[in-house]
Write a protein that binds this ligand. Structure first.
Ligand SMILES: C[S@@+](CC[C@H](N)C(=O)[O-])C[C@H]1O[C@@H](n2cnc3c(N)ncnc32)[C@H](O)[C@@H]1O
Ligand code: SF4
Length: 398
């Protein structure tokens, strides 16, 4: 590891009997235009994106990371962004072929690519499928033309519908990303959005509550947002309509047709491992005696340079024992089904008895339901997830 990587490595004393499943995340950091609400590591493309140089950097990045994951099988791949659909099908094909040559992808490996309706062409979608992409995640956000404008999107509702239609000619596994509690949105408008989403008949829908993130245009110039009561009404209306339409609410913001959950995201929520390559990508990798987190250089230009120098990591640290229970719960309690009790020990090396006090408190407050086999958030716990998670925060010496 190079000298300028910030390394904090308290010996955690973790012992894992087996390593968890592994996924691969690939970050593409450019967008046509930065949306005013977005704090992802995405940068407005000025002129041509350096596709060829970036593809080479990703392959080199992966090669440098291989010793961390030797011999492990990869269960899913996710091209996220930014806007991966800015890249040509040929670039995605080169990448998938490079992954197959260097890693063992599981049979039937789910390979998702995020697409923006403002960047699609029919040929491109076909090309992604031929390259090996099995699942498309389309950033629709809303079907309301006024909302799309207020969100600074580069597409209108017609383009969003057209993108979905074309995607459906090539993929049967499609997710739509939508948001609610949008500037000036009424519960009726949120209902209309969920009806349009249902009418699209896709396998998976994600509905995110719009959050105002620091370092965004919306943070500096806050729009008028629906109050908490109106947002809660929207959340209930969305959940009710999706349930009637046959979607299963399996995670805080995710609904799927039976058996069409996103396998890649399920792996995050089950505290699985992931290797993230690309600018600013995060990784969590377990070893028999430690669990590590790392992040790559965030600015695309720095990333390209550093990969060439053989130093893609900006930060790397071991997760301390005291943080493991919280980190595990922060993921696993997002799932409606919760987790099998044995999974905590399997994934963290810690015994469930260590979490007994907060678990009892959560149960007393009606925030979880538990048996000897399984622990899951209750309906109340799902609604007040932050209150539930707070109970697991590690106590730090003041
Ligand atoms: C990386 S973007 C996905 C694809 C593509 N970049 C696009 O926007 O079309 C992931 C998703 O996160 C959601 N998202 C982004 N910023 C958000 C925010 N501030 N609050 C809630 N959801 C947000 C959006 O629904 C977005 O589609
Ligand atoms: S929401 Fe998507 S398109 Fe908009 S800036 Fe973020 S990553 Fe880019």
């Amino acid at each position: 590891m190079s000298a300028d990587v910030a390394v904090a490595a308290p010996p955690s004393g973790v012992r894992l009997a087996q390593l968890p499943p592994l996924a691969l995340y690939v970050h593409i950091p450019w967008c046509v235009k930065k949306c005013p609400y977005c704090d992802f590591n995405s940068h407005q493309a000025r002129g041509e994106v350096p596709e060829k140089a970036y593809v080479e950097a990703l392959v080199s990045d992966l090669e440098q990371a291989l010793p961390e994951v030797w011999g492990r099988r990869v269960g899913s791949v996710f091209f996220g962004g930014g806007t991966p659909s800015l890249f040509s099908a040929a670039a995605i094909e080169t990448l998938i072929a490079a992954f197959r040559a260097r890693l063992t992808l599981s049979p039937g490996c789910e390979i998702t690519l995020e697409a923006n309706p403002g960047t699609f062409e029919a040929e491109k979608f076909r090309g992604y499928r031929d390259a090996g992409v099995t699942r498309l995640s389309i950033g629709v956000q809303s079907f309301n033309p006024g909302q799309l404008q207020a969100l600074g999107r580069i597409h209108d509702d017609g383009e969003a519908r057209r993108a979905i239609e074309i995607a459906q000619q090539h993929f049967d596994n499609i997710n739509l990303d939508l948001m609610y509690a949008l500037p000036g949105q009424t519960p009726e408008e949120a209902r209309a959005d969920v009806e349009s989403a249902i009418a699209a008949e896709v396998a998976h829908l994600s509905f995110y509550h719009l959050t105002i993130e620091p370092n965004t245009h919306f943070h500096r110039h806050p729009p008028a947002l629906p109050d908490d009561d109106a947002s809660a009404e929207m959340q209930d209306a969305i959940g009710a309509a999706l349930e009637v339409a046959g979607y299963v609410h399996y995670e805080t913001s995710a609904w799927a047709r039976p058996d069409r959950e996103c396998r890649h995201n399920l792996n995050y929520w089950r505290f699985g491992d992931y290797l993230g390559i690309g600018a600013g990508a995060h990784s969590k990798i377990s070893f028999p005696d430690r669990i590590t987190r790392s992040a790559r250089w965030k600015q695309p230009k720095d990333y390209l340079e550093r990969v060439r120098e053989g130093r893609p990591l900006q930060e790397s640290r071991e997760i301390g024992r005291e943080d493991l229970v919280f980190e595990f719960m922060m993921n696993a309690l997002r799932l409606t089904e919760g987790f099998p009790v044995a999974m905590l020990a399997e994934r963290t090396g810690l015994q469930i008895a260590l979490a007994e006090k907060p678990l009892r408190e959560a149960e007393a407050k009606g925030l979880i339901v538990r048996s000897h086999e399984r622990i899951a958030p209750s309906a109340l716990g799902r609604r007040f997830l932050n209150d539930l998670l707070q109970l697991f925060l590690p106590l730090r010496p003041s």
